[in-house]
Design a protein around this ligand. Structure first.
Ligand SMILES: Nc1nc2c(ncn2[C@@H]2O[C@H](COP(=O)(O)OP(=O)(O)OP(=O)(O)O)[C@@H](O)[C@H]2O)c(=O)[nH]1
Length: 261
């Protein structure tokens, strides 16, 4: 009888360990080892709920590698994969225990920062962008690539007197705000970092109309058709660590600079 109980106990233990392994696998991005998009959406929903209950602010950022297609075109898909993994390592080294870092798209990373003031979050993101710009990523023994990122972010719960800064209604709106900021940086030279609250209100309105039209056209717009190329009402670039540069110099390699497009 005792032996039977021990067997059942160790089987239950094995099942628990297996379940834990499966759970880790289900929330992990295989290429980078970071959390995946599925986990990210669970957590941003949790953060949104928590913020509603506690009033604690948090910062959400999207980081997107600039001209990543050129890296793939120049170094092949495997080279691109290596850059993604190395960049993930750099981002991970920079995260605190409270942070949630995930890969949410091909070359797109999400960072949720808790228990950090908006000013500190902003400074951290600006430093991160600057460090990536400064330090080339090692692809192999003789190739180092300068990779730049664009960062859009939003502070949830920041005190803002202006009516246009109404609190986000759901997690999707939080992500959309950071994405709007990212889109702005992408359209204004890349290699920069900007908060949604700093976008010109006219630009935000224009984006909303644009997205609304796109949603009606297609329920799932691709990254390409999100870009309308219309820069007529874009604001001037604010400070916040933004260092616009000629896009053609981004994502260039220190030992073989030119890309194919
Ligand atoms: N190596 C590799 N490439 C990927 C992966 N997922 C997506 N991509 C590639 O990432 C590239 C993204 O290209 P775009 O969306 O045009 O973006 P971009 O070239 O970074 O341009 P901007 O974002 O506008 O600066 C595409 O070529 C995809 O094929 C992946 O897991 N590995």
């Amino acid at each position: 009888m005792e032996q039977r109980e021990r067997d059942i106990g160790s089987q239950a233990e094995r099942i628990r360990a297996l379940n834990a392994e499966l759970r880790i696998e289900a929330v992990t991005d295989k290429l980078t080892g970071l959390y995946n998009a599925r986990f990210f959406w669970e957590r941003i929903a949790d953060c949104f709920e928590h913020h509603h209950r506690s009033g604690e602010p948090f910062t959400f950022a999207i980081l997107d590698i600039d001209h990543f297609k050129r890296i793939n075109d120049t170094y092949g898909h495997l080279g691109g994969d290596r850059v993604l993994a190395r960049l993930a390592g750099i981002l991970r080294a920079d995260t605190r225990t409270d942070d949630v870092l995930a890969r949410i798209g091909g070359e797109e990373f999400a960072l949720i920062m808790h228990r950090i003031s908006p000013e500190d979050a902003c400074a951290r993101l600006a430093q991160l962008r600057a460090r990536l710009h400064r330090d080339p990523i090692r692809l192999n023994a003789c190739t180092h690539i300068q990779v730049t990122v664009s960062i859009g972010y939003t502070v949830v719960g920041e005190q803002q007197p202006q009516p246009q800064f109404a609190p986000p209604r759901d997690p999707q709106e939080i992500v959309k705000r950071a994405d709007d900021a990212l889109y702005w940086i992408k359209a204004n030279g890349r290699n920069g970092c900007i908060a949604w609250s700093e976008l010109d209100p006219h630009y935000r309105k224009q984006r909303q109309t644009l997205l609304h039209c796109e949603t009606r056209r297609s329920p799932c717009p691709s990254a390409d058709n999100r870009h309308d190329g219309n820069t007529a009402h874009q604001p001037t670039l604010p400070c916040l660590g933004a260092h616009p540069q000629n896009p053609s110099t981004s994502a260039s390699a220190t030992n073989s600079a030119d890309s194919n497009d």
